[in-house]
Write a protein that binds this ligand. Sequence first.
Ligand SMILES: NC(=O)c1ccc[n+]([C@@H]2O[C@H](COP(=O)([O-])OP(=O)(O)OC[C@H]3O[C@@H](n4cnc5c(N)ncnc54)[C@H](OP(=O)(O)O)[C@@H]3O)[C@@H](O)[C@H]2O)c1
Length: 294
Amino acid sequence: MRVLITGVKGQLGVELSRALAGGGEVIGRDLPELDITGAACADQVAALEPDWVVHAAAATDVDGCERDPAMALAVNGEGTRRVAEGCRLAGAGLVYISTDFVFDGQKGSPYLETDAPVPVSAYGRSKLAGEHAVQETVSRWTVVRTAWLYGVHEKNFVKTIVGKAAAGEQLRVVDDQVGSPTYARDLAAAIAELLTRGLTGVFHLTNGGSCSWFEFTREILRQGGFSATGVLPISSRELARPARRPAYSVLANGAWERAGLSALRPWPQALAAMLEAWRAAGPVAVPVFPARLT
Ligand SMILES: NC(=O)c1ccc[n+]([C@@H]2O[C@H](COP(=O)([O-])OP(=O)(O)OC[C@H]3O[C@@H](n4cnc5c(N)ncnc54)[C@H](OP(=O)(O)O)[C@@H]3O)[C@@H](O)[C@H]2O)c1
């Protein structure tokens, strides 16, 4: 099987390269060599003759998307349509990575794959446009909605919190948004499993359990060997970010479980694995841990 990964330099893309390496030929592309907003994108994708494309490239700065919704739609909506068109030309299947932010967060219980998306941000609307583009263009498609991604590579919440804690900063973190933190390495392994089994349709895929960003931060501090008193809970209103976030965006991983696959491990275990992998990456990659972890 020949698999093309878009966004291969991103935090999920790097892990996808690793997870798919054993299963056939893997081709990775990212900016600048493959710009999904470019007119040549579909032909570029088709020319690589993939059997499957895992499309992880996206504009992922949620507040940046809110400030520039046209950019968000150009990358996440129309860019995805170009990638899908390339798949159609090549006869390839397409795995599209989507988000919990397609939901409004008002349901109050875990979202099912069949629940109607109602995005409340420009990012969420643009990612939903991407879902529609995939479903309209390609006959073999899989939409994987995930949430609160972090990993060893690239910037993310866990690394930011560790960096700030190491600098002795007092942290203020929102306690009124609940979701499921998901380790990019676990998600990449799950996507590799979907590909191996040729499973299609909509899948919600996150690590198990849920927490608020504040609770997540406390656990990062605890596992990182920092004092938990360094973080104070605040409300989303106090933080006043440009984009609205869903208050409760836990995703029930029902389709995955109905396919007979084991649930992804609970998020605190996944966090421990990420911190361990980050630490193992060496002192250059991890300059900030307190002595106990290094
Ligand atoms: N991060 C999360 O919490 C989260 C949650 C749910 C779903 N997701 C989805 O999961 C997927 C992977 O996310 P991630 O966290 O790995 O994102 P990421 O680290 O931001 O990686 C995305 C990659 O796409 C590239 N890219 C941006 N614009 C592009 C363009 N026009 N053409 C080609 N490549 C472009 C980025 O390059 P630059 O860095 O140079 O811009 C980056 O290398 C995305 O589809 C995202 O929407 C993410």
